[in-house]
Write a protein that binds this ligand. Structure first.
Ligand SMILES: CC(C)(COP(=O)(O)OP(=O)(O)OC[C@H]1O[C@@H](n2cnc3c(N)ncnc32)[C@H](O)[C@@H]1OP(=O)(O)O)[C@@H](O)C(=O)NCCC(=O)NCCS
Length: 154
């Protein structure tokens, strides 16, 4: 189902999906069995199958969200009646591995998040993180970042 979806040019959506109240910028790819509600997805970002992107999430340009990535907008830190959406921001050129769970945090640019990570805290730009809770394994080099930029032609 698609309801109130703003689509830039060259957006590709592989049905079945459940997308509503979201903004998909130029060249976004959305794989099958994805749900996106109230989120903004930056240009040329790929959302792979079975991922869930909830209200309050903003993903920058040229990110890669692998399969079965789950975003969360409520830490259960207040009574249910006081629910308010807790935002997550993902910087451009970031890659999130399969089956990662992302609590409401800010993730920098050119980050890599390992498969199965549970991200509970903000992640600085250029970090590679993995595990539950996710910890920084290392920082990416300027060479790696240059490769990202060459690959994407930006
Ligand atoms: C995290 C990742 C990017 C590797 O980063 P890296 O800097 O090359 O790290 P290394 O492979 O050198 O591993 C460093 C350590 O982290 C561990 N590690 C690697 N990936 C891990 C993960 N996903 N979760 C937990 N630990 C992980 C390694 O076992 C190693 O541990 P050790 O030091 O005790 O031996 C990669 O393993 C990964 O998870 N990629 C995601 C791939 C993916 O989901 N692709 C989707 C395609 S559709």
């Amino acid at each position: 189902m698609l309801a109130n979806v703003l689509k830039g040019p060259n957006v590709r959506i592989m049905e079945p999906v459940n997308l509503y109240d979201c903004d998909l910028h130029d060249g976004v790819f959305v794989g099958p069995f994805v749900e996106i509600q109230g989120a903004v997805i930056g240009a040329h970002t790929r959302i792979s199958s079975h991922s869930f992107v909830c209200e309050g999430v903003t993903i920058g340009a040229r990110c890669f969200i692998a399969h079965g990535v789950m975003f969360i907008n409520d830490r259960f830190d207040a009574p249910l009646r006081d629910w308010s959406c807790q935002p997550t921001h993902v910087g451009k050129h970031t890659r999130i591995g399969s089956n990662a769970t992302i609590l409401p945090v800010t993730i920098g640019e050119h980050v890599i998040i390992g498969a199965g990570a549970v991200v509970t805290k903000d992640v600085p730009s250029w970090a590679v993180v993995a595990g539950n809770p996710a910890r920084v394994l290392r920082y990416r080099t300027a060479e790696e970042i240059k490769e990202d930029l060459c690959e994407s032609g930006s």
